[in-house]
Design a protein around this ligand. Sequence first.
Ligand SMILES: [Zn+2]
Length: 116
Amino acid sequence: MHELGITHEILEIVLRYARRHRVTQVSKVLLEIGELSDLEQEWIQHYFDAISRGSVAEGARIEVKKLPCRFFCRQCGNEFVTTLTNDEPLICYGCGSEAVEMISGSEYTVKSMEAT
Ligand SMILES: [Zn+2]
């Protein structure tokens, strides 16, 4: 039920934005979600439909864009972005060290929205 809490937060951001810009109907919400997040578009849409009923965001379509993870190398301080979809070992692009930490990959942001 993790998605429900997050969907509430997303809706709040959308409604706050809509009020500020005097939007009367939100048609689309673009979310950026870290690749490692377990958020599923289907569930977000499902919850969003339920909790946005009666608001200006009712009926808005949720679009999700997955973002690659960002890493930081403790060895050389390099920051890099990579996707974790392949089987290659995770090493620093700068020095080849394996002492890397993920600095983002499971966050989400409301990137933009469209109004009608
Ligand atoms: Zn490095």
